[in-house]
Design a protein around this ligand. Structure first.
Ligand SMILES: Nc1ncnc2c1ncn2[C@@H]1O[C@H](COP(=O)(O)OP(=O)(O)O)[C@@H](O)[C@H]1O
Ligand SMILES: [Mg+2]
Length: 443
């Protein structure tokens, strides 16, 4: 993927809107059910990012367009140290792109497959970091609905970051979610209950159940329930009636937290950070320090190799029918073909073309660099205003002092004049006295 593309000296308009041409494609690092992910470098700033891209036609076929548009919309509104944050969103004729923070430590699925079990100290910090991110999402009225090891990524220091908001939803106050969304082995009992009309809907606690399943899987190397994509709803719901077995080798506190996360009744489940942080097993993890990433994870991902399946890159180079590194040529060809045909009016378009046109209209372009610049500019203007106000106040004060000084000078002058006058009067009076006395003498 990287070779051919990196050799290409593409011209790009550094001043114009950020698009595909602003990035150097380096290599493929991930693949999910909707998107493919590669490492890219922004040509002007040289910063590295992960670029997730989804083919529009494939999304239309899977009826997943709404999800992608909603994912971009949600990502534009959020920012947190334990989330994967969005930097740019744009589209071209073939794909929709999201450029996000690059996490080089790999996803937890990859690490579970490599190591089987994680130590308790490591899982304890992951639980707290993920819980903080989930609490933030709750404050933004967002349910993630797909918390699972594949969607939890590690940065270079080993801290966790939640990604993939493809099936996330935003709840209105008092509203419940009702669609059966998620990945079966990680989905909470109330989601299945909702699907069979045994429950009116579900809410934020579903993400906390998924966190419990993930933590259990990290510690044990397998999940507490034997649920797979093919397991029937009946069997899944029956399974939840059987108590979970917790290893006696785990710390009592850890077992207790897992039990509280994996509580079938959502009303009884730990589902806020407030609930979680009061647990004695976590009492030494000061939340503010956790947020500032002051607790160092016991596992630091390897830096001497990429923490992902190497076949992603091979697949992209060998099997992919529309490889990213040949995009420019492909689009140019398509465009010239389109131009040679007559322009189609809305009436002549086939449904697929109409859908593609709709995506073009609804897609929200995003640029966090611009947002940050605007924020900085706003801050600068506010500071300037403050300084101006301060300056005016200062000038007003010094004016006041000057006036006072002038006034006191004036009054000093007046009193001096008065004193002088008094002295003259006194002198005159004295002279008069002398004169009158001499006059008297003369009499
Ligand atoms: N920001 C990132 N940095 C590094 N790898 C990533 C990043 N985002 C995703 N990946 C990798 O790509 C995979 C698929 O991405 P994801 O956003 O989960 O797509 P999907 O919606 O298709 O599941 C992830 O499981 C992970 O391995
Ligand atoms: Mg995913």
């Amino acid at each position: 993927m990287g070779g051919g593309h990196s050799a290409r000296k593409a011209s790009f308009d550094a001043e114009g809107e950020v698009d595909f041409d602003h990035f150097q494609i380096l290599r493929a690092i991930g693949k999910g059910s909707f998107g493919k992910v590669c490492i890219v470098q922004k040509k002007d700033t040289k910063k590295m990012y992960a670029m997730k891209y989804m083919n529009k036609q494939a999304c239309i076929k899977k009826d997943a367009i709404r999800n992608v548009l909603r994912e971009i919309d949600i990502l534009q509104r959020i920012e947190h140290p334990f989330l994967v944050n969005l930097w740019f969103a744009f589209q071209d004729e073939e794909d929709m792109f999201m450029v996000v923070d690059l996490l080089m430590g790999g996803d937890l699925r990859y690490h579970i497959q490599q190591e089987i079990k994680f130590d308790e100290e490591r899982v304890r910090l992951y639980i707290v970091e993920i819980a903080m991110a989930q609490d933030y999402l709750r404050s933004e009225h967002i349910i993630h609905r797909d918390i699972k090891p594949d969607n939890i990524l590690l940065d270079e220091e080993g801290h966790v970051h939640i990604t993939d908001f493809n099936i996330a939803t935003v709840l209105q106050e008092g509203q419940l979610a009702t669609s059966m969304s998620g990945t079966k082995p990680y989905m909470a009992p109330e989601v299945f209950d909702t699907a069979v009309d045994e429950c009116p809907g579900y809410s934020y606690p579903v993400d906390w159940w998924s966190l419990g399943i993930c933590a259990y899987e990290m510690l044990r190397g397998k999940r507490p329930y034997d649920i797979h994509s093919g397991t029937s709803l009946e069997d899944i719901r029956q399974g939840f009636t059987v108590p979970i077995s917790y290893s006696s080798s785990w710390n009592e506190g850890m077992r207790n937290i897992l039990k509280q996360l994996l509580t079938v009744d959502p009303a009884e489940r730990i589902s806020t950070f407030e609930d979680l942080k009061s647990h004695p097993f976590l009492s030494d993890l000061d939340p503010q320090k956790v947020l500032r990433r002051e607790f160092k994870p016991t596992f630091v991902p390897a830096k001497d190799h990429l923490n992902c399946d190497p076949t992603f890159e091979l697949e992209e180079m060998i099997i992919e029918a529309k490889p990213l590194h040949k995009k420019k040529k492909r689009l140019a060809k398509q465009n010239s073909k389109r131009e040679s045909q007559n322009n189609l009016s809305g009436m002549d378009m086939d449904p697929l073309q109409l859908c593609l046109e709709n995506i073009n209209d609804e897609f929200k372009v995003y640029n966090r660099e611009d947002v940050q610049r605007e924020k900085q500019e706003k801050k600068r203007k506010e500071k300037l205003k403050e300084l101006q106000k301060f300056g005016e106040e200062l000038a007003f004060d010094s004016n006041k002092t000057e006036t006072k000084k002038a006034e006191s000078k004036k009054s000093a002058g007046t009193s001096r004049k008065a004193a002088d006058k008094k002295a003259t009067d006194k002198k005159d009076a004295k002279q008069l006295d002398i004169k009158s006395s001499s006059k008297q003498e003369n009499i």
